[in-house]
Design a protein around this ligand. Structure first.
Ligand code: FAD
Ligand code: UDP
Length: 369
């Protein structure tokens, strides 16, 4: 008997929404389910006093991929927001990423030559470190003690819930050093926030597609499987397989959203708090993502949190143990007939939004080739 739908798409996040759109555009019948009460997954926004509040953490779209940029802009125009976060350490403010402004604030160096010379001196003190064995060694070797202690150590240890000497070096191997006065956090060619917020993008992707919210696929697996020929699963891969090899580890977050009767709380969208003694890692002021002029503001304090069942799995812990465990699940997934896996949770990876959109487009192209 022919099923009611060609595709059951589990998860109305960016991956599920892009795939559902592409399948529907090609004449396929799709049903999207999500256990949350809204679509969009982690890019979901809530409007408070005309301000789009990034409900699951700040989301800044940035990409070098022209095709992906044009794709998302075909659904909603993006504004010209550029992420230029500040770091607050013991009452002083520093620009990020590490650039000439930061070096001036740290050491008073005024020219690229002075800053390079200063960093070379810092690095020379740690020349005895060969191949860095952990994040602390990596950071000292890259930028020296001032940068490490004021801008990296506290933030990183809070974020990951363990000492920098127990963390893998690769987490900060990509820290950019820039010898210009440029506070743009990203090097990508394209950057911005959808006008009206991310819900406009997700609503446009899912327009005309049946979506059932508050529906946990794993709690109704047999019944839902019977509705469609093929399943696309974008939830946690270990949960899909009933944790048969054990649980993958994640890092979670707790968001404290506050509406304040003030026009401007911090004058910037993102301020990181890099000392260990402050319990949150950053404060987001959402109106600055859209250059809002409302008389009130909404801020979000972001607290790192240990993951436990029932909490949101935000960051995969891609250390050796977890990577090996994931590989075992991946092998199981490859042998699953009629189920496809995609998105950050099923792939157990940190993926930016542009990578997510690109991967969903690629899966659609392969599937409908
Ligand atoms: P998700 O958005 O997680 O969607 C998966 C969906 O599946 C969820 O809605 C979930 O409820 C649903 N689901 C799971 N299991 C089930 C089930 N059993 N039944 C039904 N539904 C289920 N990227 C950037 O490019 N720029 C940024 O600034 C940025 N900031 C980020 C900040 C944070 C704190 C985090 C965690 C991520 C950030 N990202 C950013 C990455 C971005 O969030 C992801 O690229 C994107 O959201 C991934 O989409 P997804 O569909 O794979 O996953
Ligand atoms: N980081 C840091 N200080 C900062 C910001 C970031 O040391 O002020 C380090 C930290 O280890 C973090 C990593 O850089 O986990 C990546 O941070 P990024 O802001 O790129 O990623 P996000 O946490 O926003 O996903």
């Amino acid at each position: 008997m022919k099923a009611t739908y060609d595709y059951l798409i589990v998860g109305a996040g960016l991956f599920g929404a892009v795939f559902a759109h592409e399948a529907t555009r090609r004449g396929k019948r799709c049903l999207v389910v999500d256990k949350r009460s809204h679509t969009g997954g982690n890019v979901h926004c809530r409007e408070i006093d005309g301000i789009q509040v990034h409900w699951y953490g700040a989301h800044i779209f940035h990409t070098d991929n022209r095709r992906v940029w044009e794709y998302v802009n075909s659904f909603v125009p993006f504004n010209r927001f550029t992420n230029s976060p500040l770091a607050s350490y013991e009452g002083r403010l520093y620009n990020l990423p590490f650039n000439m402004n930061t070096f001036y604030q740290l050491w008073g160096t005024r020219t690229p030559a002075e800053a390079r010379e200063r960093i070379a001196r810092e690095r020379a003190r740690y020349a005895h470190i060969g191949e860095p064995r952990n994040l602390e060694e990596q950071a000292l070797k890259l930028g020296g003690r001032d940068i490490y202690e004021r801008l990296i150590k506290g933030y990183t240890e809070k974020q990951w819930g363990r000492s920098a000497t127990e963390l893998p070096a690769f987490i900060i191997r990509r820290l950019p050093f820039r010898f210009t006065f440029d506070n743009n956090y990203f090097d990508d060619r394209y950057q911005g926030i959808p006008e009206g917020g991310y819900n406009v993008l997700v609503d446009a992707l899912l327009q005309g597609i049946e979506v059932r919210l508050g529906t946990d696929y794993l709690a109704h697996r047999d019944e839902l499987n019977g509705l469609a020929d093929t399943v696309l699963f974008t939830g946690c891969i270990d949960e899909f397989f009933d944790y048969c090899f054990g649980r993958l580890e994640y890092r979670s977050l707790r968001f404290d959203h506050q509406r304040l009767d003030t026009e401007d709380f911090q004058g910037n969208a993102v301020v990181n708090y890099t000392e260990r003694s402050v319990p949150y890692t950053r404060i987001i002021e959402h109106k600055h993502f859209a250059f809002g002029r409302q008389p009130v503001t909404v801020v979000t304090y972001e607290y790192p949190d240990d993951f436990a069942p029932g909490k949101e799995p935000y960051y995969p812990v891609n250390d050796e143990r977890n990577s090996r465990l994931y590989e075992r699940y991946r092998t199981l997934a490859e042998n699953c007939v009629d189920v496809m896996f995609g998105g950050r949770l099923a792939r157990y990876t940190y993926a930016d939004m542009d990578d997510t959109v690109e991967a969903a487009l690629r899966l659609a192209e392969q599937t409908f080739a």
